[in-house]
Design a binder for this molecule. Structure first.
Ligand SMILES: *[C@@H]1O[C@H](CO)[C@@H](O)[C@H](O)[C@H]1NC(C)=O
Ligand SMILES: *[C@@H]1O[C@H](CO)[C@@H](O)[C@H](O)[C@H]1NC(C)=O
Ligand SMILES: *[C@@H]1O[C@H](CO)[C@@H](O)[C@H](O)[C@H]1NC(C)=O
Ligand SMILES: *[C@@H]1O[C@H](CO)[C@@H](O)[C@H](O)[C@H]1NC(C)=O
Ligand SMILES: *[C@@H]1O[C@H](CO)[C@@H](O)[C@H](O)[C@H]1NC(C)=O
Ligand SMILES: *[C@@H]1O[C@H](CO)[C@@H](O)[C@H](O)[C@H]1NC(C)=O
Length: 396
């Protein structure tokens, strides 16, 4: 009898230990450590000290920024940590509006963390208005680099969900050197005329998922830099903005290949471009392969389907010298809706390294604009293969 009781007690203790080490994460509420939700008191020091505690915890932990408005300056959230850490933001975290108060080009920078979660339904407000007004990067090559709202560097097995990034001074999110990283129900919001406010920029990363998310901003909704591999974008609404882009590539020496990009079930509304690959003329060599765009709705999109290998935004390049970035294995399937210019499909490849294995499936794009021309396509240095029906006819 005593033996049996002991066994039951041991089982109960084991169960208790199991629960305390797995589901009951240690919780660190920043307001219990001195943070004030008054929108004026800077919470940098509190967040950093709480992060140290959470990151050193040998069991999973959770940092909570509750409802309310908090002012946060430039911070670096540094791993590695001893166990998974989650930061749950329920309130609004605001950046200082004045860009000159930043020393680096990041507001919140997350470095070297494995098993990281950012969640909570909260908002990161970059208060970018002053920075956009001061931005002169379009005509000043020495322009000051303003901070990105969220930088994720070398983060693995991460999950960012139910988070909004608002009015970043520069890109909203930059993903570098990450692996197995998911954005779910992620929202990016900035005005159409805010300069350089790309939604999510990815580079040198492998296995990035962006799902059921809404991105409206003043530059690319999603952009892939060199070394992006296996990127999956599904159920994303983009607009306003410049569209979903690969590149621009070829400007720098030794860029890593871009390979594996799946964009599926997305809607682009009032964007300058739809899905686009852009490489500079007179470029360094590079490679882009395995891009698949499928089930995409375009609503009044400027240029819905674009490969542009003479990308030269401010006419500061040598358009007569071909790009050396090789593009191969690209498909566009079931893409429908309206174009706000008559150029519904533009496949302008390099004369030196023509595009290879381009597949065009069902396309139904109509011109929705003031004048009468019907939609058409513009092609060079590419011979696509076709499946299904195309309207307008492509490269005919
Ligand atoms: C840069 O462009 C802005 C307008 O966008 C203009 O006001 C400014 O004078 C230009 N600066 C130079 C150095 O050209
Ligand atoms: C990717 O990360 C998620 C979230 O941490 C994790 O649940 C999943 O097991 C990881 N997948 C792989 C293949 O490691
Ligand atoms: C995305 O949304 C669709 C439709 O609501 C849902 O079926 C799907 O499970 C969602 N994806 C994820 C990863 O939650
Ligand atoms: C496509 O994405 C939308 C969200 O933009 C979602 O509501 C819908 O369920 C998705 N459809 C499929 C088939 O996943
Ligand atoms: C194109 O890419 C897909 C997906 O990565 C791959 O399965 C397929 O084999 C590739 N085709 C060619 C011709 O390289
Ligand atoms: C293309 O779309 C238009 C409306 O957007 C529709 O009227 C037309 O039937 C479609 N054509 C095909 C071939 O699906």
């Amino acid at each position: 009898m005593a033996m049996r009781k002991l066994q039951i007690t041991a089982a109960a203790v084991a169960l208790l230990l199991f629960f305390s080490s797995t589901s009951d994460a240690q919780i660190f509420d920043v307001t219990k450590y001195g943070a004030k939700a008054d929108g004026k008191s800077n919470i940098d020091k509190t967040l950093m000290s709480v992060w140290k505690l959470a990151c050193a915890s040998t069991s999973p932990s959770k940092i909570v920024i509750p409802k309310g408005t908090f002012l946060l300056g430039e911070v670096k959230i540094q791993g590695p940590c001893k166990a998974p850490v989650e930061i749950q933001v329920q309130g609004t975290v605001k950046a200082p509006a004045d860009p000159s108060s930043f020393k680096t080009d990041g507001w919140l920078t997350f470095n070297y963390i494995d098993k990281f979660t950012l969640s909570g339904g909260g908002v990161f407000d970059g208060q970018g208005k002053i920075a956009w007004e001061q931005n002169d990067c379009h005509n000043n090559t020495n322009c000051k680099r303003t901070p990105v709202n969220l930088r994720f560097n070398f983060i693995t097995n991460a999950w960012v969900h139910d988070i909004t990034t608002l009015d970043s001074k520069n890109f909203h999110v930059n993903v570098l050197g990450c692996k197995n990283f998911t954005f779910l129900r992620f929202t990016v919001t900035a005005p159409e005329d805010s300069r350089n406010t790309d939604g999510i920029h990815i580079g040198r990363s492998d296995g990035i998922y962006i799902t059921n998310s809404t991105i409206g901003t003043g530059d690319d909704c999603i952009s892939l830099g060199d070394g992006s591999r296996q990127v999956h974008v599904t159920g994303v609404k983009c607009g306003p903005g410049h569209g979903i882009s690969v590149g621009s590539l070829g400007k720098y020496q030794a860029e890593e290949p871009v390979s594996g990009f799946w964009v599926k079930n997305c809607t682009l509304t009032n964007t300058q471009n739809g899905v686009r690959v852009k490489t500079w003329p007179a470029s360094y060599p590079g490679s882009v392969s395995d891009l698949h765009f499928e089930d995409i709705t375009m609503v009044k999109v400027g240029y819905p389907i674009v490969i542009d290998q003479v990308y030269c935004p401010w006419n500061l390049c040598k358009p007569d010298i071909p790009s050396l970035v090789k593009i191969n294995n690209v498909s566009f399937k079931n893409i429908r809706g309206s174009s706000s210019t008559a150029v519904a499909v533009k496949l302008v490849c390099s004369s030196k390294v023509p595009c290879k294995d381009v597949v065009v499936g069902d396309i139904n794009l109509t011109y929705d604009g003031p004048e009468a021309p019907t939609a058409y396509s513009q092609c060079s240095n590419v011979v696509p293969s076709f499946q299904g029906k195309q309207s307008p006819r492509v490269c005919a």
